[in-house]
Design a protein around this ligand. Structure first.
Ligand code: FE2
Length: 297
């Protein structure tokens, strides 16, 4: 149970991922064809791509010295200047350093700051991210970017940062191995954390318009020979059906999903209780056949 009046408010929702990529043009084509994004800024060494009305959901930075893509920041919107100021106070109180958001994004919002999580992942919190009057006129495009999922050897510290400092709320747990955290947009999770032996961003999730579009994305991946790292799954946590594709040159795994649960306001504020599900593959993908069916997660 939470109390709207007294609980600290968290970020609103995920806005973008910033990726340093070895081949900018190839990555641009990957996100256009395989995810359904539309380029916005096409500059020397930098491309942004959008879906929905937000200015962009993916920012690509040319980094030819890299062999694999690197996540350099994740951006979350914040719903008001008051919440942004409160987040800044909480970050300061936790003894964490606040620093400037990237200058390109600073030009696209009215306020914001950045902070590093315990893994060194930069989180940018921004207010009034610029938007477009209309979404792109593309038939096959996501409705939204929904969450990052991180693997970390600092699981407890990460939960303390995201929940204790930033104010994300727990939606579900898998034992003491994974936590699904929601923010004020009420998606079942707009952040997820998994215990692991090292840190990496495991995937970025996009919500498609229908199950049909998820399968069309899967068909495109198969056609172009992009590795399907985890095939069609039915998630117990978010009730979404999804698949994951991966090309390390372009970023973490990309999850294309349909049916991602959004809690009601009543559930979000008062009635939702985070489940503590056992560590069993069927508690992650309810279509798994047996307790030892851990293949391809
Ligand atoms: Fe996910």
């Amino acid at each position: 149970m939470t109390d709207t009046a007294s609980r600290p408010r968290g970020p609103y929702g995920m806005e973008y991922v910033r990726l340093e990529v070895p081949d900018l043009q190839a990555s641009r084509e990957f996100y256009e064809y395989h995810v359904g994004l539309e380029p916005v800024d096409v500059e020397d060494g930098r491309v942004t791509l959008r879906t929905g009305i937000s200015h962009h959901v993916v920012e690509l930075i040319s980094a030819p010295e890299r062999e694999a893509a690197f996540v350099s920041a994740i951006g979350f919107s914040v719903e008001s200047p008051e919440v942004l100021a409160d987040l800044a106070r909480r970050v300061d109180a936790a003894g964490l350093e606040r620093f400037d958001i990237d200058k390109n994004v600073a030009a696209l919002c009215t306020d914001g700051f950045a902070v590093n999580d315990p893994n060194g992942l930069t989180i940018e919190l921004i207010y009034e991210f610029q938007e477009f009057a209309e979404p792109p006129q593309l038939l096959l495009r996501p409705l939204d970017i929904v969450h990052p999922f991180i693997s970390t050897d600092k699981y407890e510290e990460s939960l303390q940062f995201y929940m204790g400092v930033l104010g994300f709320l727990a939606s579900d747990y898998i034992g003491d191995m994974s936590a699904f955290l929601r923010s004020e947009d009420r998606y079942h999770h707009s952040f997820a954390v998994r215990r692991d032996t090292k840190f990496y961003v495991a995937h970025i999730c996009f919500r498609m318009q229908s199950l049909d579009h998820v399968f069309r994305g899967r068909a495109r991946a198969r056609y172009k020979g992009v590795r399907i790292a985890s095939d069609i799954v039915n998630h117990s946590a978010s009730t979404s059906i999804a698949f994951y594709m991966q090309d390390e040159k372009h970023g973490p795994r990309v999850e294309l999903c349909d049916g991602h649960r959004v809690l009601t306001e009543e559930e979000h504020e008062h009635t939702h209780r985070a489940r503590r599900m056992s560590v069993d593959p069927r508690n992650i993908d309810v279509w798994r056949a047996a307790a030892d069916d851990w293949k391809d997660f």
